[in-house]
Design a protein around this ligand. Sequence first.
Ligand SMILES: Nc1ncnc2c1ncn2[C@@H]1O[C@H](COP(=O)(O)OP(=O)(O)O)[C@@H](O)[C@H]1O
Ligand SMILES: [Mg+2]
Length: 332
Amino acid sequence: MGTGCSAHSSVHVQSPQDNARKGIRKKLSIEDQTNQRRKLIFQNEMLASSFVEFSSPRNGRHIKWRRGEIIGEGAYAKVYQCINLNNGELMAAKSFYLGDDPKKIEKEFENMKKEVSLLRNLDHPNIVHYYQTDLSSDMYTIDVLLEYVPGGSLKTILQKYRTLEVEIIRNYAKQLLEGLSYLHANFIVHRDLKSANVLITSQGVVKLTDFGSSIKFNESDVALSKSLRGSPYWMAPEVVLRYGHSFAADIWSFGCVLIEMITGHPPWSNFSKETRAVLNLISKENSLPTIPNTEVELKDIITACICRNPKLRPTTDEILAMPFFQFSLEGK
Ligand SMILES: Nc1ncnc2c1ncn2[C@@H]1O[C@H](COP(=O)(O)OP(=O)(O)O)[C@@H](O)[C@H]1O
Ligand SMILES: [Mg+2]
C-alpha cells in the first residue's frame, strides 16, 4: 500500500523469459531488416557487381578494424578515425551513408565507385593511401579505408593559424604540385582542389585527398569535360562557363589555394558568401581574383595560375621550375 504499485501493474513486470523472448524477436527483426537490405543491395546487379569489384583489399589481406571518433565531414561523407585490429595502426574511414531509399543507395554507390576506382590505383607520397572498402554488417554504410593523416586538412590548419609564412607555403605548395603532377601524368584531373581536400601529416607532409569529383581521361584522347564540378570559390572560369575543362582547371584551383594560404581565405570570399553570386563573379568577362600582397616570386605564380585563358596557364612542372621554388627550404 502507498507505493502506487498495484497488483494490476505488477502483471506487466517483464519476466526474464519475456525479456529473452522479446530480445530474440528484436534480434530477429534486425536480422530481417539486414537480410532485406542485403537483398536490396545484392539483387541490384549494378550495386552487387560494383561492391564485389571494389571490396578486394589493396594488398590482398583484409584489414579488420573498429570505428573511433569523427574527424571530418564533407559534402558527401563523414570521416572517422579507426583502428586496425591486426596491428593497432590508426587509419581513417570515409563513410558513405546509404540510407533506405533505393535511389539514394545507388547514388552513394556511385559516389564511392568514382572515388575508389581512381584511388586504388594511385601510389604517390603526396596522395592519400587507399586500403580497402567495406560494407558495414547492418548494410547501412560503405566505408573507404584510408591512411590516417593526423594534422587534418589545410583548411583546419588555416582556421587554427590564420595565415601561413612564405616558407611554409613554399613547402606545402611544392608537395601539392608534386602530387598534382603525378595525377596529371596519369591523365587524372582532380577537379576539387581546395584547402579542405589537402591533408597535412604531423611531419608537414602534404597528402591530396577526395577524388569524388575527379575524372580520368582516356590516354589517347584527352577530351574536355563540360560538367560543373568542384567548389565555387576555387572554380576556374571555363568550368563555371561550361566551355570544357581539363588539367588547367586544377592549376587555377591551385592558384586559389595559394591565395588561401597567404590570406586565410579563398578568392572572392570577401565579395559574397552566396554560391550563385560567386559563380557570376567568376563568369564575368575579365574578372580576376585579387592577388594578395606577398613575395614577388609567389605573386608571379598566382598570376600565371589564375590566367582566364586555360591554354596560357603553366603546367605543374612549369610552375615547379619557376624562381619561387628555386630557393632551398632551409635557404633564404
Ligand atoms: N585520411 C584522412 N585523415 C584525416 N582526416 C581526413 C582524412 N580524409 C578526410 N579527412 C577529413 O575529413 C574531411 C572530409 O573528407 P573528404 O574526403 O574531403 O570528404 P567529402 O568528399 O565529403 O568532401 C576532410 O576535409 C578532412 O578534414
Ligand atoms: Mg572534401
